[in-house]
Design a protein around this ligand. Structure first.
Ligand SMILES: O=C(O)CCC(=O)C(=O)O
Length: 333
C-alpha cells in the first residue's frame, strides 16, 4: 500500500473513532478478527449495522470501512451479510419511496385469509427490523435470535432461522398493537369472515436466504379450533421475499403459494385459522434497497397472536409450546 493510501486509511480511522467513540475499539477488533477468519461476516455486519445507527457520520465512516477491507474475498462476504453496503443516510434518512403515496392492496385469498400488500411503510419496516434486532441481537440474553455454539461463536438458534417469543409490549410504545389493529380493520373491510383479535404474543423469526419453515399449524385453543372462529394470526414480513405455502389439511397433496414481500401483512383467522402452512423458500437477492445495510441480510417475520387463556412453556425455548387448561395444544412448533 502506498503512503497516500495509508494516510487516507489513518484519517478515516480517526473519523470513525470520533463518530463512535465508545464502540470503536470493539468494532476494530471485530474487523481484524473477520480478516483473520476468526469472526463471521454476520457478526461483523451486525456490529456495523448497530454502530451505523449512531449518526449519519458513523454510517458513512462504517460504509467506508466496509469498502476499504484489502481483500476482495472478505469485502464480498461482508457485502453479502449486509445485503449491500451500510445505509449512509443514518437514522433519519427518508427515501423517495417513503414519500410516495402507499398503494395498499387487499387480496382475499379465502374466507379468513387476507394479504395486505405494501401495508407497512418503509419507516415501519425499518422500525420493526431495528426493534426486532435490538431485542434479538444479544447472544447473552437466552431468548434472542442467537445462541453460542460450543466454539463460542454466535449462531441462529434454529439453524438457518432464529426465533424469539415475546409479548407485544417488548416493542416500544403501542406501535405494534396499533399496526395490528389497523391490519385487522383493513382485512375486515374486504372479508366478513375475519374475526377481531387482541394481541398477547409475538413470534419473531429471522430467516437467512434459502431458509425454510416446515409444514405446520399454529396452535390454538381447542374450543376455537372446533368453532372455526379463531382470532387471526397477523403476520408482518420485512426484508427478503418468501414463498408461503398453505393448504387446509396435511394430507392434501397440493397446496397454494403466496409470495410475501417486504411490507406485506398476511392474516389468517376464522375459517382459515388452522391452515397448514410452510415457508417454502426465502429468495436470495430479493432484499429491498431501503433495507440493505439496515438489517442483517435475510427475512424477518413477526407473527402477532391472540392466545387467549393459553400458557407458553418458556423453558422449552426456542420451541414454542402452548397449553390450554394444562393440555398441550396441537400444532406446537
Ligand atoms: O415466516 C412466516 O411467514 C410464517 C411463520 C410461521 O409459520 C410461524 O411463525 O408459525
Amino acid at each position: 500500500m502506498d503512503a497516500d493510501a495509508v494516510d487516507v486509511l489513518r484519517r478515516r480511522a480517526r473519523a470513525l473513532r470520533r463518530a463512535i467513540p465508545g464502540r470503536y475499539d470493539d468494532l476494530r477488533a471485530l474487523a481484524r478478527g473477520f480478516q483473520l477468519d476468526e469472526v463471521t461476516p454476520d457478526a461483523l455486519a451486525r456490529a456495523m449495522i448497530e454502530c451505523s445507527r449512531a449518526s449519519s457520520d458513523a454510517a458513512r465512516e462504517i460504509d467506508a470501512l466496509a469498502r476499504a477491507l484489502p481483500s476482495e474475498a472478505h469485502r464480498a462476504r461482508l457485502r453479502r451479510a449486509l445485503g449491500g453496503g451500510v445505509e449512509t443516510t443514518g437514522t433519519t434518512g427518508c427515501s423517495s419511496e417513503t414519500r410516495r403515496a402507499r398503494e395498499v392492496k387487499a387480496e382475499t385469498l379465502a374466507p379468513g385469509l387476507v394479504c395486505l400488500r405494501k401495508f407497512m411503510t418503509v419507516e415501519r419496516q425499518r422500525w420493526l427490523a431495528d426493534e426486532s434486532f435490538r431485542l434479538g441481537e444479544s447472544v447473552d440474553v437466552q431468548q434472542g435470535f442467537f445462541e453460542r455454539s460450543s466454539d463460542g461463536a454466535a449462531k441462529l438458534n434454529q439453524g438457518s432461522r432464529g426465533r424469539m417469543i415475546l409479548t407485544p409490549e417488548a416493542f416500544p410504545g403501542d406501535a405494534l398493537r396499533e399496526m395490528c389493529a389497523e391490519a385487522v380493520r383493513a382485512a375486515q373491510k374486504v372479508d366478513d369472515a375475519m374475526p377481531d383479535m387482541n394481541p398477547t404474543t409475538c413470534l419473531v423469526n429471522f430467516y437467512k436466504d434459502g431458509a425454510e419453515f416446515k409444514w405446520h399449524k399454529d396452535s390454538e385453543d381447542p374450543k376455537l379450533v372446533k368453532s372455526r372462529a379463531g382470532p387471526p394470526i397477523v403476520s408482518f414480513s420485512v426484508g427478503m421475499s418468501a414463498d408461503f405455502g398453505y393448504k387446509y389439511s396435511f394430507e392434501d397433496p397440493t397446496h397454494e403459494v403466496v409470495r410475501l414481500n417486504s411490507g406485506d401483512v398476511l392474516l389468517f383467522g376464522g375459517p382459515s385459522r388452522m391452515i397448514v402452512h410452510s415457508v417454502l423458500n426465502v429468495h436470495p437477492g430479493s432484499m429491498p434497497g431501503h433495507l440493505r445495510g439496515k438489517m442483517l441480510n435475510g427475512r424477518l417475520n413477526v407473527t402477532v397472536r391472540d392466545i387467549g387463556e393459553g400458557v407458553i412453556d418458556t423453558s422449552q425455548f426456542p420451541a414454542y409450546r402452548v397449553s390450554y387448561d394444562g393440555v398441550p395444544a396441537e400444532g406446537n412448533v
